[in-house]
Design a protein around this ligand. Structure first.
Ligand code: COA
Length: 377
């Protein structure tokens, strides 16, 4: 049916049928395959949640063990890939490095266009397994250090911390990172997932799907907001200065980073869980950031809560990541290390009943213009 009205930002336009995740924006509820995110955060692991997203059901013990063994097997990067990562500019952003590395990794696995299920499954494992290894390797190169080889006796989250720091990970930190990875793993039809599905619909490779999704996630309106939150908290510096700073932002009509969401009109359920963990971590290490964040949250919700603008997932995640030892500019990469499972679940779903995305436009340009030769312009 021809559609003549342009829907800005495709707001409210369903672009696919999906059975992967569901958001109830009014109730502040997020489910993966029908299971509440709060239950998964309490009982599941990132590995198990990834399986759930990809294949639609919680795995049996045997299925989970095989999935986990596959992830561990695919962790190591080829020496050539490590050299590519080492050659990238150290001043570049980790998300750009990750996008470049994922595209480069794809060149080493040319199984054509992934027609059969086993090569699709292998690509999913490869991408999920290797992304944290890439993030850690680039982070270490930037610090003038050699990358640390992955360890197979550690979980996905614990190994990520180990590869970044080169030190034995604190089990409590590993569990909180595991929970953060669960919370970020999918979120319905957001910009990066849509970007990935568009590329998937051309029957391109999963490495192209993920690298284009990474490009979309990099933007500050999507995955980059937790970095902005921490910059704001650093700039404020102490809780007693928070109110004045936020009130000035409100007066100047500046958006508060980590606030607002296209779908949630109440507190983002992921923010509620991360707030609890940020509070737990802050109590252990006397974190000066949390009191500032709580004050910003208070002023922000006093002003905007009635308008449906509340803290989103990015508001407390930076505090958690910093407490675990990640630098600000790695925050979006952690989001990507998690969201890759959702992107790939959407890629598999797209391929089940694929139709090329090819929207239309409303032409508003000139008509029937003459070509003017260059010496007459
Ligand atoms: N602080 C203050 N006001 C905000 C706001 C924020 N963080 N987010 C939205 N608003 C206001 C806008 O100014 C606008 O007000 P108006 O109607 O008076 O012009 C209204 O709410 C709608 O905002 P809009 O940006 O059009 O909504 P959206 O659905 O397109 O945006 C976001 C959703 C996430 C892009 C937006 O809330 C935002 O930019 N937030 C900050 C960045 C962020 O945290 N991103 C991470 C998302 S998980």
């Amino acid at each position: 049916m021809p559609q003549t009205e342009v829907i800005s930002g495709l707001e409210g336009v369903p672009i696919a049928e999906s059975a992967i995740s569901r958001v109830d924006g009014k109730a502040g509820r997020l489910e993966y395959r029908g299971i509440g995110i709060d239950e998964l955060a309490e009982h599941s692991t990132f590995e198990e949640t990834s399986y759930l997203l990809l294949y639609g059901e919680l795995p049996s013990k045997r299925e989970l063990d095989a999935f986990d063994a596959g992830l561990k097997e695919y962790r190591p990067l080829k020496d050539d890939v490590v050299r590519v990562i080492g050659a990238l500019p150290k001043a570049g952003h980790p998300m750009e490095a990750l996008q470049a590395a994922v595209a480069a990794i794809g060149m080493f696995y040319s199984q054509g266009r992934e027609r059969d299920e086993s090569s699709r499954r292998a690509s999913c494992l490869r991408l999920i397994a290797k992304m944290p290894v890439v993030v850690a390797a680039f982070s270490r190169f930037r610090a003038g250090k050699e990358p640390v080889r992955p360890r197979n006796d550690l979980s996905h989250a614990a190994n990520f911390i180990y590869m970044l720091t080169g030190e034995e990970p604190d089990p409590a930190h590993a569990r909180i990172l595991d929970i953060a990875l669960i919370l970020h793993a999918d979120h319905t039809m957001n910009a990066s997932t849509f970007a990935g599905r568009v590329v998937g619909s051309t029957l391109s490779t999963p490495f192209s799907v993920v690298s284009s999704a990474l490009g979309a996630l990099y933007g500050p309106l999507h995955g980059g907001a937790n970095e902005d939150v921490m910059e704001l908290l650093d700039e404020i510096g102490s809780a007693d200065r928070a109110r004045a700073t936020v009130e000035k932002m409100i007066e100047q009509k500046k958006k508060i980073p980590g606030f607002g969401h296209r779908v949630y009109k109440t507190m983002d359920p992921r923010a509620t869980i991360l707030k609890a963990h940020a509070t737990e971590l802050a109590a252990q290490r006397d974190d000066p950031m949390l009191p500032i964040a709580l004050e910003v949250e208070k002023v922000g919700t006093e002003t905007y809560g009635a308008k449906g603008i509340w803290p989103n997932v990015d508001f407390f995640s930076g505090i958690v990541y910093r407490a675990i030892g990640f630098s600000n500019d790695n925050f979006t990469s952690i989001f990507a290390v998690s969201r890759v499972s959702g992107w790939l679940a959407h890629w598999l779903e797209q391929l089940e009943d694929n139709r090329l995305f090819r929207p239309t436009q409303k032409y508003v340009g000139k008509l029937n213009e003459p070509y003017v030769p260059i010496d007459k312009r």
